[in-house]
Design a binder for this molecule. Structure first.
Ligand SMILES: [Zn+2]
Length: 795
């Protein structure tokens, strides 16, 4: 019998009521089913309540990270089905942990299963067909479930506890099959620091008008919500630990990442993803994603859950969120509707949003078969959808164990043989490169398990000569797709809402060409190189640093830090800037609204940096519901202080959208030519543009005349008074030369326009960037522009 017989009966009752609910969608939602409990729970296994002090899903109850880790330790202590591992320490020093879960028998032979999977991951290690068959027969499906990367998606804090308890205690045949056929790695939080940040804020504001609000700080110390955009650049320690110790060691066939979405759309999103799918992903993995996502949705619908959307909202273009799509496995994203952190909400049916992409939450469609009727939505609902979804995924991984493993071997076999039409290799010379960029790029490939070799002899490709010692990445290896995706330019398809209509936005950005971003040349070689290559080697380590930031003459840098966080933009760019400064050893002080408003800024600072942020957020800050000192932004006093600071000789550096703030508030003689331009007249939502620089200008010191700009919905400038404003960088006048990678609709709108401008004001200056010079820790090619801008004030 299936596990949770009682719950199945209960949910069957709900399922019977569902058609009526669909026809009369305004009636109240039926009460949520209680979480399925194990019918014959082994009594020695501690319940979540016994350690957390409440049942996961109880309204207004969250646990901090030390409490949650105590629970996982207690579980592993009591159960022979799981082991507790500490992978390392987070950015703020908390333990990053994982549970490995399988049958007691499997856990005793864990090393053997790791070896078997490693052989399937690299078919070159299988000497005969028979060895392959034996490995397929003996191996286990490896599943990695990760949760809580976005810490305000609080269901993800608790669901792993419920899931782990179920797997530790349940004695049903279904659970036994999972434990027998699957080795599960469960990472209960990819961002433990954020669990504590959000939980502390939630408890502090409980019962106040700010209850359920986001904390006024990034929930990841450096990158906030962008921590899920780091799965190829590997800048953050949490990403590094999980990639190094689980992905690269265990090569999971199935990765499941648990998230939450807006409150007013579907109750749960599951794949298939929307187009576009990144073209280097093996088609069999796309098939796997489609089959598994749909199977989970079907399973949950059978249990009586409504409001499940597939093939909506989320595409599979960027590798920034999908490491395993380039490493032989599928990535199943789930996105449950949010409440207000742990506080319940009420959403009448007619307030469900119709703006959702790919479906309408108020109408039945093939990919949204049974609308949720509206009503109360609680943390318990979220935990229930997430836990049952993860369990259904595990059942599938066990039931189709043979298929998952066979397909895994097929995908890796095709990668090793090479895909028709792909270059044979990429050649990366050592000379004339940005040395930190080169080391960083090679380090990323290496961390992604790409084999890097060097040429033993000189060679010529397309008339260009490359010396012996040049790096060579042959695209016939298990993770060739990872290398190709990061080395080639992207051609994002021109997708519209309807023919001739506005552009369909990508879920994230459209470009990820690392050689462009890092100032490195990588040349594709169509054919075999016909020269000897070294064995795979370790690339040199990067040693970031920039002159002019040490000693008594170093500029006194202030970095503005907004309390508006964790929205699409928020202060995430501030976090990235801080990360770049820390990594490159640029000294700085963080300044908040009250410091700027207080004025006398020249006494303390030579330069103030405003990171990329909406002008409205900079000016107004957080709403009044927030307690002091968080509400209100820079305000008129802050603007006045900034104006004084510049007039008295200071430098204000404004990045991307913050440039619009500076132009508007300081009344600079510069016009944003894209102000008010509709998306169908110009659109580039995260692309790499060509940038032409005036290398005689101090701002462009140490830069080549031709560089790049990470363009992401920023301004482009026209100078209205050339006696006060100087153009240092602009986009090419030929529209066809603007775009280097990604997507740009109507590039003629920005062709020839200024991208980097210095404006004199009093005895100081404002530097306006129309792009992001330190984009997500990747655009190393343009870091010097930012660093130079910090050194303009003379004391
Ligand atoms: Zn999320």
């Amino acid at each position: 019998m299936r596990n949770g017989a009682l719950a199945v009966l209960l949910t069957a009752g709900l399922a019977a009521a569902a058609p009526a609910a669909t026809q009369q969608p305004r009636r109240r939602a039926p009460p949520p089913a209680p979480p399925r409990v194990a019918p014959a729970a082994a009594s020695h296994v501690p319940t979540p309540r016994s350690v957390l002090g409440f049942d996961p899903g109880d309204d207004r109850k969250l646990a901090d990270w030390p409490t949650l880790t105590r629970y996982y330790q207690a579980l592993a202590q009591a159960s022979d089905r799981m082991q507790y591992r500490e992978l390392g320490k987070t950015t703020l020093g908390a333990p990053l942990v994982a549970l490995v879960i399988s049958s007691a028998q499997n856990l005793r032979r864990l090393e053997r299963y790791r070896q078997l999977n490693a052989r399937l991951a690299d078919p070159r290690t299988l000497k005969t067909a028979r060895e392959g068959q034996e490995a397929l027969r003996d191996a286990k499906t490896v599943v990695l479930i990760t949760s809580g990367i976005h810490s305000d998606e609080v269901g993800g804090h608790l669901t792993p506890a419920v899931l782990a308890y179920r797997l530790a205690s349940d004695t049903s045949a279904a659970t036994r099959e999972i434990l027998d056929k699957v080795v599960l790695w469960l990472v209960p939080s990819l961002n433990p620091d954020g669990v504590t940040i959000v939980t502390r804020w939630y408890n502090r504001t409980l019962g106040t008008v700010a209850e359920g609000s986001d904390p006024p700080e990034l929930y990841h110390h450096y990158v906030g919500h962008d921590n899920n955009r780091d799965w190829y650049a590997f800048t953050q320690v949490e990403t590094q630990l999980v990639v190094d110790s689980i992905y690269n060691v265990w090569h999971p066939q199935v990765v499941h990442d648990i998230h939450q979405q807006e409150s007013d759309g579907s109750r749960l999103f599951l794949p298939p993803y929307l187009d576009p799918i990144e073209p280097n992903v093996d088609p069999l993995l796309v098939d796997g994603v489609n089959a598994l996502g749909t199977a989970i949705a079907w399973e949950l619908a059978g249990e009586g859950k409504t409001g499940i959307a597939i093939n909506a909202l989320y595409d599979a273009w960027t590798p920034a969120r999908a490491y395993q799509h380039y490493h032989g496995g599928v990535r199943i994203l789930s996105e449950a509707a949010s409440a207000k952190l742990a506080s319940p909400i009420d959403i009448p049916f007619d307030q469900l949003a119709t703006r959702a992409r790919g479906f309408d939450p108020r109408e039945r469609s093939w990919n949204f078969t049974n609308p949720w009727p509206g009503g109360r939505w609680t943390l318990r609902d979220i935990v229930s959808y997430q836990t049952d979804g993860a369990y259904a995924l595990l059942e599938n991984a066990a039931r189709y164990h043979d298929r998952w493993l066979a397909n895994f071997l097929v995908v890796e076999g095709r990668a090793v043989r090479g895909w028709k039409g792909w270059p044979y290799a990429y050649v990366i010379p050592r000379q004339h490169q940005d040395t930190v960029g080169l080391a960083t790029l090679l380090g990323i490939l290496r961390r992604g398990q790409v084999e890097i070799r060097t040429a033993l002899h000189p060679m010529t490709i397309g008339g260009q000569r490359f010396p012996a010692g040049s790096y060579v990445v042959v695209l016939r290896q298990p993770y060739a797709a990872f290398a190709k995706t990061l080395l080639e330019p992207q051609h994002y398809p021109d997708l519209r809402l309807y023919p001739g209509g506005p552009p369909l936005p990508p879920y994230d950005v459209t470009a990820n060409t690392l050689p462009l971003l890092m100032g490195v040349t990588a040349v594709p070689a169509r054919d075999s190189l016909r020269i000897g290559l070294s064995p795979p080697l370790e690339p040199p380590a990067a040693t970031p640093g920039y002159p002019g930031f040490s000693g008594p003459d170093a500029p006194r840098v202030a970095l503005y830090r907004s309390y508006v966080n964790n929205t699409d933009k928020g202060a995430i760019d501030e976090g990235w800037t801080r990360w770049v400064f820390d990594t490159w050893k640029v000294p700085y002080a963080s300044v908040v609204d009250s410091v700027v408003r207080a004025g006398k800024l020249n006494d303390q600072f030579d330069v103030i940096v405003l990171p990329d942020q909406e002008p409205h957020d900079l000016l107004e800050g957080l709403p009044r519901e927030y307690p002091a000192p968080y509400a209100g932004g820079l305000g008129p006093e802050g603007v006045k202080a900034l104006r004084q600071f510049v007039s008295d000789g200071g430098t204000l550096v404004a990045l991307n959208d913050a440039s619009r703030f500076a132009v508007e508030q300081l009344l600079l003689p510069v016009r944003n030519v894209l102000e008010g331009v509709a998306d169908d007249e110009f659109y580039a939502p995260g692309s790499i543009f060509r940038l032409e620089l005036d290398t005689g200008d101090p701002l462009a010191r140490d830069m080549p005349a031709q560089s790049v700009a990470w363009y992401e919905s920023g301004p482009a400038f026209e100078v209205l008074d050339s006696s006060a404003a100087r153009v240092v960088g602009r986009y090419p006048t030929d529209p066809d030369r603007v775009l280097l990678s990604g997507w740009a609709l109507h590039p003629e709108r920005v062709a020839g326009r200024a991208a980097l401008v210095e404006v004199k004001l009093g005895s100081g200056r404002v530097v306006l960037f129309g792009f992001r010079p330190q984009y997500r820790g990747q655009s190393i090619a343009t870091y010097p522009l930012l660093f130079n801008s910090l050194q303009l004030t003379t004391r």
